[in-house]
Design a protein around this ligand. Structure first.
Ligand SMILES: *[C@@H]1O[C@H](CO)[C@@H](O)[C@H](O)[C@H]1NC(C)=O
Ligand SMILES: *[C@@H]1O[C@H](CO)[C@@H](O)[C@H](O)[C@H]1NC(C)=O
Length: 295
């Protein structure tokens, strides 16, 4: 066969495969430098910049950790960054990536990575606060070593749900359960935050493992700072970008079959803790857990 017919076959294959494979993964993240959307929050000298600011490293030592936050506040959207977590002996350190509103009845969407002794697995803890209520922890192990390479961590927040992704794999879905009287974040813009700090009073095996300061500085590396959200301007609390809100379109309102399969896989193989099944701590199951069970 000549190259033209190969190309034809290839094109037909791509067309045949695309409806399934392209179903509902969030839009491809666009890499932008750190400084475009983010600023350091504290301990500015503990953040190091590389490649013209397209990569950064947070440093934690026995003096301080550090962190950064988005300049803007956002109401719905898709937010991601690539992180390479603290390698080696990281027990006691916590690296966090989260969205949070600023007031007291606050909304928050959390990724927290709990470090461990060399060779022992990290824990990824997620949580969702709505209207000031939290106590919605879930904990998983990852299916790879998050200190070896960069991996993408992202949040898709729309009117229907909040979905946590690790690379392209959905690891948690918090559905909008307004009908069950569960508050859902819809009117308070959130900023995006990340930080690296010492939490050896609770993080590793409930605080049993202490941070080994001989190994300091602890370094977490970041790149690919992607934000595609509805930005709330200073004047307007509710942003108005009709037509821009691709995240509310049909294909993002629910996971597709393949995504549910992946979520189930994470559930069955990597879950350590789920507040929805913790009858000891929560004798009465939170209403949204009914939907969590459907997963
Ligand atoms: C922090 O660590 C350095 C180097 O190991 C040490 O010299 C210093 O005393 C430590 N400081 C504190 C406050 O523990
Ligand atoms: C650390 O490793 C221990 C032993 O494998 C494990 O029980 C624990 O869940 C791991 N993670 C954390 C954050 O403690």
């Amino acid at each position: 066969m000549n190259s033209k017919s190969w190309m034809l076959i290839f094109a037909v294959l791509v067309l045949a495969l695309s409806p399934e494979t392209m179903a509902a993964a969030p839009k491809k993240a666009v890499d932008v430098p750190f400084g475009r959307n983010y600023v350091p929050t504290w301990a500015l000298d503990h953040i190091k910049y590389f490649n013209g600011g397209s990569e950064i490293q947070l440093n934690l030592d026995n003096y301080t950790g550090t962190g950064f936050q988005s300049k803007g506040s956002y109401l719905f959207g898709h937010f991601s960054m690539k992180i390479k977590l603290v390698p080696g002996d990281s027990a006691g350190t916590v690296t966090a990536f989260y969205l949070s509103s600023q007031n007291s009845e606050h909304d928050e969407i959390d990724f927290e990575f709990l470090g461990n002794r060399t060779g022992q697995p990290y824990i990824l803890q997620t949580n969702v606060f709505t209207g000031g209520k939290d106590d919605r922890e879930q904990r998983i192990y990852l299916w790879f070593d998050p200190t070896k390479d960069y991996h993408s961590y992202s949040v898709l927040w729309n009117l229907y749900s909040i979905t946590f992704f690790v690379d392209d794999v959905p690891i948690r879905v918090f559905k909008n359960c307004k009908d069950l009287n569960v508050k859902f974040p819809f009117d308070q813009p959130m900023k995006i935050y990340s930080s690296l700090w010492n939490a050896d009073d609770w993080a590793t095996r409930g605080g049993l493992e202490k941070t080994n300061w001989q190994k300091a500085p602890f370094v977490a590396a970041y790149k690919s700072f992607h934000i595609d959200g509805c930005e709330a301007s200073v004047e307007a609390k509710f942003c108005d970008t009709q037509g821009k809100r691709w995240w509310d379109q049909k294909e993002f309102q629910d996971l597709d079959a393949q995504q549910y399969r992946r979520l189930k896989w994470v559930r069955s193989k990597y879950t350590i803790y789920n507040y929805c099944t913790d009858r000891k701590r929560y004798p009465t199951m939170s209403p949204e857990c009914k939907r969590d069970r459907d997963v």
